[in-house]
Structure formats: C-alpha cells, structure tokens
Ligand binder design. Structure first.
Ligand code: FE
Length: 204
C-alpha cells in the first residue's frame, strides 16, 4: 500500500470566487500530488513502505530525515487543508462554539486571531486552530511543520504558502485569508476534530 493523493472533497470550481479553480487544480494536482509521489519514492523498499502517513511523519522527524518529513508532512497538511475548506460554510456547533467563546470571548475574536496569525506568518507555512485539553488556540508552523508531531489536536488550517493564493490575490495574502475565513471554513470538520480530540487520520 502506498500513500494516495486523496481527492478534493468538492469540485475544483466550488470555492470560487474565493479560491479559483485554477489555483485548486494546480495546488491539488501538482503541489499535493508532488508531495505524495516524493513520499512514496522515499519510502519505497524501506520498512516505512505501507505504514500509515502519520507513522511515516513521526519516524522521519525522529530520524532527522528532513526530506521525507517535508514531503510526508506536506501530504498530510494538504489533506487536512482540503477538509478545512468547504463551499457550504456554516457556524461551529454548540460545544466548539462554547470552547471558543471560553478562550477568545467570541467567535469573531477567534477568527481575527486566526487571520492575524495567517497574515503575519513570515514566509511559507500554515496557520492552525488547535485544541489541547479543550483549550482552543491559534498556532502557526513553518514550511512543512505539522501538528501531527505535537500534542495539540488540529481543528482547522489555512495554507499560507504563496502557491495557495498567488494566482488569485498575488502578493496580497490578507485578501486570501479574509476570503477563506469569511466564506470557506469548514466548521463541521472542526466540530468533528474537536469532538474526537485526536488527530485527523489521512485516508488510506
Ligand atoms: Fe499548499
């Protein structure tokens, strides 16, 4: 068994006008696909071949295998990102909403913190809404950095690598971040992650 390029959970044009079909086609069909292929190439014939993606990521970090970590973690991060977006964005469920209000005072404050983290992150990386023991916070990771190797449970993520938005908003990252936060966040996915309280598993 090898790691697969999981399909987008919606059509390439489904997030327009916030994220263009052109961006999603390239982001999923070239960037994500490339990370999947590099992961499979690097694990082929090794004891990691056939292992779940999360195990490959943790082993690569433990072994200091930066090339494998980067491709494997980026494979996972992108899978999580596709599910963090939806054309049918709705409000968080009552349990997650209560936790957010408990930590941020309001959902608006929470999304403002997420936007600020995404806007201000220097260089390539990811902005995440995470839960640790029910406490909700915003973190960022650099390059391929992923919560898979940490203790916090990721709820949602926003890809802030330039390839996520450059075709649509050029050098204006905040325009992409605002459009995503206001229109495309999959709070149902966040609810599922919050209720499970364990890390989402990349589909086999
Ligand atoms: Fe990306």
């Amino acid at each position: 068994m090898t790691i697969t390029l999981i399909p987008l959970p919606y059509a390439e044009a489904a997030l327009q006008p916030h994220i263009s079909a052109e961006t999603l086609k390239l982001h999923h069909g070239a960037h994500h696909k490339g990370y999947v292929e590099k992961t499979n190439d690097a694990t082929s014939g090794t004891e990691l071949a056939g292992q779940p993606l999360e195990a490959i990521i943790r082993a690569a970090e433990k072994d200091g295998n930066a090339a494998l970590f980067n491709s494997a973690a980026q494979t996972w991060n992108h899978g999580f990102y596709w599910h963090s977006l939806t054309p049918d964005s709705a409000a968080p469920g009552v349990n997650l909403e209560a936790a957010i209000i408990g930590n941020f005072g309001s959902l608006e404050n929470c999304t403002k913190a997420l936007a600020a983290a995404a806007d201000d992150h220097f260089g390539s990386g990811w902005a995440w809404l995470v839960s640790e023991g029910g406490t909700i916070s915003v973190i960022t990771t650099h390059d391929a950095g992923s919560p898979v190797t940490g203790t916090a449970v990721p709820l949602l993520t926003i890809d802030v690598w330039e390839h996520a938005y450059y075709l649509d908003t050029k050098n204006h990252r905040p325009d992409y971040v605002t459009a995503v936060i206001e229109n495309c966040l999959n709070w149902s996915f966040a609810d599922e992650n919050f209720a499970r309280a364990t890390c989402w598993v990349y589909p086999a």
